[in-house]
Design a protein. Structure first.
Lengths: 492, 492
């Protein structure tokens, strides 16, 4: 393999970049800040999309599609939202190119094609969608509206990292409209739960559910709920957000409805999204120095079968059994790759599929056939065992659940070990700077203190956990009274 | 229903616009030329995507994702391609907004955020993809590359129509790279066949497969294959194209590979795409004055069950049976809607589901229960029959295939009836201007004649059919010799 190995323990950031590149997940493109998602990376994203889309539909949502562009006058209507995104907007100003009179074969922007009004490439779609909802909503009978959109968005970023922070990324954005505050709040909570269930059930990543501090809130929201995961360097990654938008967009776009008593009221809103950033989380939580480690629920290939042979005759023997195993596994719903390339040796193939994170590898040679067994290796634990061919498929099918749980438990144990309740500033700094993990600490609830802590340590409040217990305490910085601990960490 | 009916026979174009709007398929947005695809329309598009995606994967393709933007210097590299799209490009020139000092609360483009190089919003992705393939291809071992991308693209259009011609549209674009010309040609043909199979098998739209004349070729292609369908006004609609790109992009982006004899060669390319335009074709081919008519293979809802009742007790009785029928139908893989709204009468519901094109409607009342039957109505033929409850699900399941075939046969019969072999200019003009259909005519093979005919009649050469038989003839305009007939028609 041409895989230059970088150890997590030596340089986590380089390890990540190397892995994304070498496992053929994504790469930088010729467009500054934009990535190419390669087929293997995209196959994982498709698995994520399918699982999420199913969950959205099961909770009553439909998909729709709204324009890529937002006219400037709509973009600026919800002021906080506009202010929050104004500094990272790609702006379309012209609609035509023409031949460059000075450079044959080259093109220049045709100055006569200047748009009367600039178009913003959507960084998020609240503005264009609420401008549309205005025409869809007259009465309480038109509510709720429960829509989702799978789309690309653009937020101009100067410092980018594949999957984690790119100028263009893929995501889904749910946008719902409700008759009551209670219903909108319930929706906000429901969708955060969907995200948490997806993160824990499919990605095998334990998450903390909570609410953002005012400083970290989505621009235009009354409240932002989030799920936060811990990466293997102890840093936090925000994996999904669900926003209670109050009546802010309804007021900005003048969206009112007649309630059952014929009274005109502003509509209540939520929005919620996860993006290709989840790919970054998936990679960073489970992978190791040999490469990617994929949870079976999201692996494009569950099992790879590698034949071990010297002669063509041996290969033929092995192939017959291998294809029978493949068929049995496929019947159980697993995706199987039979890697019978004759250009590479088994050791090379083992390393390659380890790099690609395939959960289970079967090696099969003539001696195995004689003994009626196969060598079965788990990617996550790197353990190997000899398993009788009789009953092999069922055994491997069972392993998938085992691996899925083991990955979750391992990640949970790691997070538990790297999370500390701290009560003094010294303890806090020690966790953030030396132990590198989550600090559960009292905070006085002010943005000012939060900002100071960020300046001093780079740690931010990841969230105020929903399940934080009530207790009396003193803010680690100001010493002022506090009733519950919040999660502080450095974050991606 | 607030459905203002417009008859196909009176104003086909208005009938179409009305239908798209009233069946909740799509609408115009606040962004000039861009549409909002509404949930019901999007659900049909999702069905199309799923079927096509499966076919792409079965023919060995994987999905990937490339950037939305194309830097100008890459865009202009393949000159014909650049020239073909230059006049309809949305151009990003800035990456930031700032507060307007003269208008509090308003934003202006920050002049300090001007990009060094303009970015084109992709009208098609050959340029950005071939610039990427350059880094992926060194040896024949790296070939073929068989990728597809589901994406949005933008082509600035002045005169737009929902689904048929919009500034932004959704599509898939396949981009493949091959070691030999033969292989690339076979791929071009294979993907056209996939499109034809999809159009005929899923959309129930018969298509003519053929090759475009040079004038109508994709900018940058050596040959463009296409499928052409006939709409109910006799006009043609190009439903999908598959391009043999020769070595044009390989040369423009300098993509060479070492063949088995270590000789450096340029790579051969294809690209192929279908878009949300197919929604327009689907609507225009099958629908009638009552609304949409959907082929079962693409219908988001296969069966609607409407209870007929006066009292709550009657409703309860009917509901029990209706839900049992629903369950039976779902077991057979059908999607069923039980419309038990108590705010609307059965007649209103019948009209609404007719408008939405649901293939089969079941009406169920107390008397039906007594008689052990249900009233089953076909959307396409508007025939009704009384069907015993015993065996109802199997009967309806069978109807789906019947309807699917009937729609295809009807469309084929229509096309056959509106297609004429013509041998003189007078006959030609009569078909194009009075009879409104396809004219199979001899053509001298020159772009000049083609252009003249277009100017005189607005008819274009839709394609030179693959199955056109060899015969001696004379061009309908120039009288020059010709060896086969081509398809002329007015087109969308």
């Amino acid at each position: 393999m041409a895989f230059e190995k970088v150890k997590r323990s030596e340089n986590y950031s380089e390890w990540y970049n190397n892995l994304v590149k070498n496992a053929d997940l994504a790469e930088h493109s010729a467009v500054k800040g934009c990535m190419v998602i390669k087929p293997y990376g995209y196959a994982i994203w498709e698995k994520m999309q399918q699982a999420l889309d199913k969950m959205f539909k099961e909770t009553g949502h439909s998909n729709a599609y709204f324009p890529l562009f937002v006219p400037k006058n709509l973009f600026e209507k919800e002021e906080k939202n506009a202010e929050g995104f104004a500094k990272e907007c790609a702006v379309v100003t012209h609609y035509r190119l023409k031949n460059d009179p000075d450079n044959p074969g080259k093109l220049i922007v045709d100055p006569n094609s200047k748009l009367e009004e600039e178009l913003i490439v959507r960084p998020t779609s609240e503005a264009i969608i609420w401008n549309t909802y205005k025409n869809w909503i007259q009465s309480y009978r038109d509510l709720p509206i429960l829509l989702n959109q799978w789309a690309n968005v653009v937020r101009w970023e100067m410092r980018t990292r594949l999957f984690l922070r790119t100028a263009e990324f893929l995501w889904q954005e749910g946008h719902t409209a409700h008759a009551t505050k209670e219903e909108a709040l319930a929706e906000t909570k429901q969708m955060l739960d969907v995200y948490a269930k997806f993160a824990e059930g499919f990605m095998a990543v334990p998450v903390i559910r909570g609410v953002k501090s005012e400083n970290e809130r989505f621009a235009g929201a009354d409240d932002t709920y989030c799920i936060e995961g811990m990466m293997q360097d102890g840093k936090a990654l925000q994996m999904g957000t669900s926003h209670f938008l109050g009546q802010n967009f309804a007021k900005a776009f003048d969206v009112k409805f007649q309630d059952k008593n014929s009274k005109l009221e502003y509509v209540w809103a939520t929005s919620w999204g996860v993006s290709t950033r989840l790919m970054g989380a998936l990679i960073m939580v489970h992978s190791d120095d040999e490469g990617l480690v994929l949870p079976p629920a999201l692996a494009p290939i569950h099992v790879v079968i590698v034949p071990v042979f010297r002669t063509d005759e041996e290969l033929n023997q092995v192939t017959e059994t291998a294809l029978a195993i493949k068929k049995d596994l496929e019947k159980l719903g697993l995706t199987v790759k039979y890697d019978n390339r004759d250009t590479q040796k088994p050791g090379f193939k083992f390393a390659e599929w380890e790099l690609k994170g395939v959960p289970v590898r079967i090696a099969l040679g003539p001696r195995d056939l004689q003994n009626g067994v196969a060598e079965v290796a788990r990617r996550d634990t790197k353990t190997k065992e000899s398993v009788p061919l009789n009953g092999l498929a069922a055994h491997i099918h069972g392993m998938m659940e085992t691996i899925q749980s083991a990955l979750y438990e391992k990640a949970l144990a790691y997070r538990t070990a790297k999370t500390w309740e701290v009560n003094t500033w010294e303890e806090f700094v020690d966790v953030i700077e030396n132990r590198e993990g989550f600090a559960l600490a009292h905070w006085d609830g002010t943005g000012e203190t939060e900002e100071k802590i960020k300046e001093m340590t780079k740690a931010t409040i990841r969230c105020i956990p929903f399940d934080a217990k009530e207790e009396t305490g003193a803010c680690i910085l100001s010493g002022k009274p506090s009733s519950k601990r919040v999660v502080f960490a450095k974050a991606y």
